[in-house]
Ligand binder design. Structure first.
Ligand SMILES: Nc1ncnc2c1ncn2[C@@H]1O[C@H](COP(=O)(O)OP(=O)(O)OP(=O)(O)O)[C@@H](O)[C@H]1O
Ligand SMILES: [Mg+2]
Length: 291
């Protein structure tokens, strides 16, 4: 039996059970006995039960088949998504590796050349030593700026130092400066900073929503709001652009990633028509924030 799929084994078990029952029914003449017994309850229409139960069994088999097909399709989507996430992760690693190789590798070589030059010219040419020191300083500055960029990509440092609300303010300010699209913010004051996964998810959802608006929406204005009531923490990002085309096949990972992040916090995310534009509304239940 090893190597045979589990579903086939279960089907074989069902088949065996039916054959055994059939043999037993033939031996004991079960249907005749049941029919006789049910006739006694004709006034309650119990004699119609066997056929009704047969219809129920067929309906349940149909129901199970539909759920089976649904589960298979979900599994397929899940595999596809996992594959795409792994590819995206590999792409990101490749980019980081390339930047480290090109920038840091080159800067280190330059530093070693300058160091060798300084060692040679130390006694004879003090001016050349000063110039080499200046060039070394520039290389180190470039490396520092690269390290800062890479670290920002790996984790937004302002989340740790500023907290969620201020980090979102900063994100919106920078985005407005970069793309020149008006970005209005309206954030409720939070009594305490939410747990780290919530802050990171809301920050990343806002970041992807703003990136999408700059890339796809042709909007002139964006409103980012954070609301807190006794049940939910709600983030909305609304633009006045062309909105999400109903027919757009979702090719990218952005919207899927948002959905996954919010679902992992037991929350819900909705992509609504903002007449005109798109409203993204992410709702996280406060109960899920408690440790
Ligand atoms: N604010 C928006 N306004 C109009 N269309 C949008 C908006 N946000 C997303 N879309 C549409 O939804 C599609 C899917 O977005 P998604 O972020 O998942 O992918 P992407 O931005 O194309 O690629 P990726 O985010 O993976 O780099 C986009 O290609 C775009 O057509
Ligand atoms: Mg995107």
């Amino acid at each position: 039996m090893r190597g045979v799929p589990k579903s086939l084994r279960d089907l074989a078990r069902v088949f065996c059970l039916v054959v055994v029952f059939w043999a037993l029914a033939i031996y004991l003449e079960l249907s005749e006995k049941l029919a006789l017994w049910l006739l006694g309850y004709e006034r309650l229409q119990l004699d119609e039960m066997p056929l009704t139960l047969l219809v129920l069994s067929i309906s349940l088999a149909w129901f199970a088949f539909r759920r089976f097909a649904e589960a298979a399709s979900l599994l397929k989507t899940n595999r596809h998504l996992t594959q795409r996430l792994i590819t995206a992760q590999e792409d990101e690693r490749r980019t980081l590796a390339r930047e480290l190789h090109d920038e840091v590798g080159q800067a280190c070589t330059a530093l070693r050349i300058e160091a060798a030059y300084i060692a040679k010219a130390a006694m004879t040419n003090p001016n050349a030593v000063l110039e080499a020191a200046g060039r070394m300083d520039q290389s180190v500055l470039r490396m520092q700026s690269l390290a800062r960029d890479l670290l920002k990509r790996l984790r937004p440092p302002i989340l740790d130092s500023l907290g969620l609300v201020e980090s979102l303010e900063e994100l919106c300010r920078n985005w407005h400066r970069q793309f020149g699209i008006l970005c209005l913010t309206d954030f409720d004051a939070l009594q305490a900073n939410p747990p780290d996964p919530v802050c990171t998810s809301l920050y990343r959802v806002t970041q992807e929503a703003l990136t999408n608006i700059a890339r796809h929406a042709q909007a002139s204005q964006v409103r980012v709001a954070l609301r807190v009531d006794h049940r939910y923490l709600t983030l909305t990002v609304t633009d006045d652009g062309q909105g999400l085309a109903q027919t757009t096949p979702v090719e990218g990972l952005g919207l899927i990633g948002m959905r996954e992040r919010i679902a992992s916090l037991q929350g819900e995310i909705h992509f609504e028509d903002a007449h005109p534009g798109l409203r993204i509304r992410a709702q996280i239940p406060l109960a899920s924030l408690k440790p």
